[in-house]
Design a protein around this ligand. Structure first.
Ligand code: NAD
Ligand code: IPM
Ligand code: MN
Length: 363
């Protein structure tokens, strides 16, 4: 088989707007680099609820199964927030999709180029040399998937609970994944937990420690989540690979994104043991700015760069996308989320065009 099939799931809110920019990039890659990519679109989340009454229709799941990779926009929005839990876009759509394909390893790279340090909300002296943090987040376990319940009598609101459960094998495989990636970078991992309080964190720390013995060349340290959040803000430059649980990774990755400019620039790859991947912006459907043509499409575009790297093994093209995004920013093109409040910003569409043009000129 010589074609590569991508299941495209635009989803809700700004999802379809930023996915349109993603298509521009895919089209350039097809035309200029003769990549034999076939895309097929499917519904997920709110739009699937509206059309079929279900956030993850069988047709979508089958389509993903028959593809080589999944490219997703974002799901969710106020319209579907009051549905029963498992019929919601997030809990009934995105999470089951991740679980179905066993996408336990979530990679979220936050990069601040030194030339673009003014994008960061931090003082320039703190981010003078830029930073490059890779957040590796466990994605199919922990408190997101543990036992949970709530007293259904809403009048009484007596109790509700969620359980953080981690099996040793889940911690082992994400730890090994992180160490392998760290070996290809600056060989430094900070593992984050709350081992001074939580049993699941104690197990996490013990297992990460035991796996580290197999990787003597990688320097491992541990931080409690509260301290970690503080250290990252005070000195992001000191971090290389961050390894964390599902919930902590959710929080930390948004923090790192903000430090590098905006959540609108944070891409993510979610992989299983066979390297099958789901690629999506880390941010959400941003209902506050939907249909205004102002959302930042960079996270979506960089998700394609990650797809090229991890699913298609086309590192050169992946790097090309990264460098064209960097060039666009260096030339001063800004969407509203990363613009200086006083200065002009360009639309979602325009940013997509600029980056697509830069890529096509490289050919
Ligand atoms: P959000 O990430 O959608 O928005 C948070 C803030 O960041 C908003 O001010 C938004 O305008 C801004 N923002 C996000 N992406 C942006 C972009 N590309 N360009 C410019 N600004 C951007 O988070 P939220 O408001 O907490 O959640 C909204 C909905 O999205 C919820 O239903 C939530 O569950 C869902 N969500 C989905 C995903 C996903 O599909 N992967 C991820 C996170 C949140
Ligand atoms: C993310 C999102 C999701 C998560 C939500 C929408 C379920 O916030 O991808 O970071 O918490 O994993
Ligand atoms: Mn999140």
């Amino acid at each position: 088989k010589n074609s590569f099939c991508i299941a495209v799931l635009p989803g809700d809110g700004i999802g379809p707007e930023i996915m349109r920019q993603g298509y521009k990039i895919l089209n350039i890659l097809k035309k200029k680099y003769f990549l034999n990519i076939i895309t097929k679109e499917y519904d997920i989340g709110g739009i699937a609820i509206d059309k079929y009454g279900c956030p993850l229709p069988q047709k979508t799941l089958l389509g993903c199964q028959q593809s080589d990779a999944i490219l997703l926009g974002s799901v969710g929005g106020p319209k579907w927030q009051t549905l029963p839990d498992n019929q919601q876009p997030e809990k009934g759509g995105l999470l089951p999709l991740r679980k179905h394909f066993n996408l336990f390893a979530n990679i979220r790279p936050s990069i601040l180029y030194p030339e673009l340090k003014q994008l960061s909300p931090l003082k320039t002296k703190i981010v003078d040399s830029g930073f490059d943090i890779l957040c590796i987040r466990e994605l199919t376990g922990g408190i997101y998937f543990g036992n949970s319940d709530r007293k259904t009598n809403l009048e009484l609101k007596e109790f509700a609970f969620d359980t953080e459960l981690y099996y040793a094998f889940e911690i082992e495989r994400i730890a090994k994944f992180a160490f392998n990636i760290a070996q290809q970078r600056n060989k430094k991992i900070v593992s984050i937990d709350k081992a001074n309080v939580l049993q699941s964190s104690k197990l996490w720390r013990e297992i990460v420690e035991s796996i580290s013995i197999q990787y003597p060349d990688v320097q491992l340290s541990h931080l409690y989540i509260d301290n970690a959040i503080m250290q990252i803000i005070q000195n992001p430059v000191a971090f290389d690979v961050i390894l964390c649980s599902n919930l902590f990774g959710d929080i930390i990755s948004d923090e790192c994104a903000a430090l590098s400019g905006s959540i609108g620039m944070l891409a993510s790859a979610s992989l299983n043991i066979n390297n099958f991947g789901l690629y999506e912006p880390a941010g959400g459907s941003a209902p506050d700015i939907q249909n205004k043509n102002i959302a930042n499409p960079i996270a979506q575009i960089l998700s394609i760069a990650l797809l090229l790297r991890y699913s298609m093994k086309l590192n050169v093209l992946s790097n090309l996308i990264y460098s064209c995004v960097k060039t666009a920013l260096q030339k001063g093109y800004r969407t509203f989320d990363i613009a200086d409040c006083s200065k002009d910003y360009i639309s979602t569409d325009h940013m997509g065009d600029i980056i697509a043009q830069l890529i096509s000129k490289e050919a």
